[in-house]
Design a protein around this ligand. Structure first.
Ligand code: FAD
Length: 317
């Protein structure tokens, strides 16, 4: 029996979807695997516990701490590694996961495969990981020869599973390490209420949006469809929006079900962050814009006419 430990990511008391995706990914690692979800929280709720159980956790380990800073999470995982003895540590390829994973890999001397988008089983039940390389232009398949290690999974690539295990163990873990002296006080998500990296729909604006107020039409469409707003670097550089919205090679990498690119030319650095989206719609008034080459649907037109029409149509459906 293999063992995996997953860090439960939370935002405002809500468990992030990438945690459920990590559980689904863990189930692909071995036919027999025990999955422990590590919940770092001072006031864990029954809803959180039940939700983890409903998505396939076998054990839930609670560490009572109000500090979810990465230094703290990494220190806790490092200490638990000795007692839980997991074969795999699974993290989201999120800001938190990307920060913790290399720290742990060094401290625990484990192999690390980051940004996994697929896990297959090769011979002998050994997992083979697929990850994008060269800014999404190619994919590589890799194995960790030790048959244990750390993986980070790209959000929106593993479908969460509903799974009822009636024998879930919920236990408290005592941590002896001195916890980090940095305390998280408050967070703010730019670009609306939906987290960009986990959003199923992203409405993204480029330099064609022309101004900060121009982004208003994108927010209206995003709010109508429950999506998030993203941006090209062109739009960020022009100060139309915050850099936290930037998608691309030097921004966030996203894989939504639907990506609507508005007034974005389709530079290779932008495509690096969104070209694996499941469906791409491009709105651009230049019929020769490169974005149309990766788009599933293209609308040649003025975004200030097209986007409000989409908002009206979708709010009626
Ligand atoms: P533009 O290229 O200026 O395109 C604007 C588009 O809007 C045009 O196609 C135009 O036809 C269209 N348009 C104008 N008005 C309208 C309208 N009313 N209706 C519809 N369409 C309209 N870029 C990123 O996005 N992300 C990155 O992470 C990133 N990293 C980079 C890293 C490096 C090292 C370098 C060198 C560059 C990077 N870039 C990145 C920048 C990238 O090369 C492009 O400059 C940038 O993506 C262009 O942004 P844009 O498409 O919004 O602007």
């Amino acid at each position: 029996m293999k063992r995996a430990i997953i860090l439960v990511e939370q935002r405002d008391g809500q468990i992030r979807k990438v945690t459920y995706e990590a559980i689904a990914a863990a189930k692909l690692l071995s036919t027999e695997i025990e999955i422990t979800c590590l919940l770092i929280s001072e006031n864990e709720s029954a809803d959180q516990i039940n939700s983890l159980i409903g998505h396939g956790a076998d054990r839930i380990g609670i560490v009572s701490s109000s500090n979810s800073q990465v230094e703290n999470c990494a220190a806790i995982l490092e200490e638990l590694f000795a007692s839980v003895e997991p074969d795999w540590i699974i993290l989201g390829h999120t800001g938190i996961g990307r920060d913790i994973a290399p720290r742990l890999a060094v401290q625990l001397q484990l192999g690390l495969v980051s940004d996994c988008i697929q896990i297959e089983k090769a011979e002998n039940d050994q997992p083979v990981f697929t990850r994008p390389i060269y800014a999404g232009k190619a994919f590589e398949k890799v194995r960790i020869l030790d048959e244990k290690g750390i993986i980070t999974i790209r959000p929106n690539n593993f479908s969460p599973v509903e799974f009822a295990n009636n024998q879930v163990v919920v236990e408290k873990y005592e941590i002896s390490q001195a916890l980090s002296s940095v305390k998280f006080l408050k967070g703010q998500i730019n670009g609306g209420t939906v987290d960009l990296s986990e959003a199923r729909v992203i409405i993204s604006g480029g330099r064609g949006v022309k101004s900060e107020s121009g982004f208003g039409v994108l927010y209206q469409l995003a709010n109508t469809v429950g999506g998030a707003v993203g941006a090209s670097r062109g739009a960020c550089d022009a100060a139309y929006c915050d850099y936290s919205l930037q998608i691309g090679q030097t921004g966030k990498v996203v894989t939504p079900d639907l990506y609507i690119a508005c007034g974005i030319s389709g530079a290779i650095q932008h495509l690096a962050g969104m070209s694996n989206s499941k469906c791409i719609v491009a709105i651009n008034k230049d019929p020769d814009a490169a974005i149309f080459q990766v788009a599933d649907y293209g609308i040649v037109g003025d975004l200030f006419e097209v986007v409000p029409l989409l908002t009206t149509a979708l709010s009626q459906s």
